[in-house]
Ligand binder design. Sequence first.
Ligand SMILES: Cc1cc2nc3c(=O)[nH]c(=O)nc-3n(C[C@H](O)[C@H](O)[C@H](O)COP(=O)(O)O)c2cc1C
Length: 182
Amino acid sequence: MKKILISLAAVTLMLTACGQNSKKEMKALVAYFSATGTTEAVAKDLAEVTGGTLYEIKPEVKYTDADLDWRDKTSRSTIEMQDKNSRPAFVKDLKDADSYDVIYIGFPVWWYTAPTIINTFIEAYGFEGKTVIFFATSGGSTIDKANKDFAAAYPKINWKAGKTLNGASKDDIKAWVEELKN
Ligand SMILES: Cc1cc2nc3c(=O)[nH]c(=O)nc-3n(C[C@H](O)[C@H](O)[C@H](O)COP(=O)(O)O)c2cc1C
């Protein structure tokens, strides 16, 4: 009888542990790069909606207005975006990168794709086997090319198609995050 009771207690304990496990919330990181503040505003809303940790991908050397001039063939952003191997440095200070289950990465669309500092960020932490989702702001271009290019370049990441969130309200963002759970 004593043995049966002990076994029953063990089974109950195991079931409770499993139940708690399945209820475990996914830990989210909302990392973003923003040169002029537009993506930053969206990132803040997304962090609030997801309860995720907000993290700014800060370039070691800040982009000046001249750096951002896309009409200038010799500007820093033009030169970086023309060189697929450019990896602008960022301040590498993200703590416990491995503890996140879902990583949202936000950026302004540059030359129809993600700024190469996003490659630097991804390569710094790897995120292999993690779920990564892009979000962006733009002057009208979509995020489709970035979704495609990055999924091909980093196949060990579990990519979910990202979205441009131009002018998105907090409710729009909430609806998108819900959609992603399906
Ligand atoms: C160098 C550079 C290239 C850009 N290229 C594009 C582009 O290809 N398509 C587009 O719709 N917008 C483009 N934009 C506009 C930005 O994506 C847009 O203004 C964005 O919201 C800025 O976000 P931020 O304030 O977070 O930096 C470009 C801006 C810069 C500075």
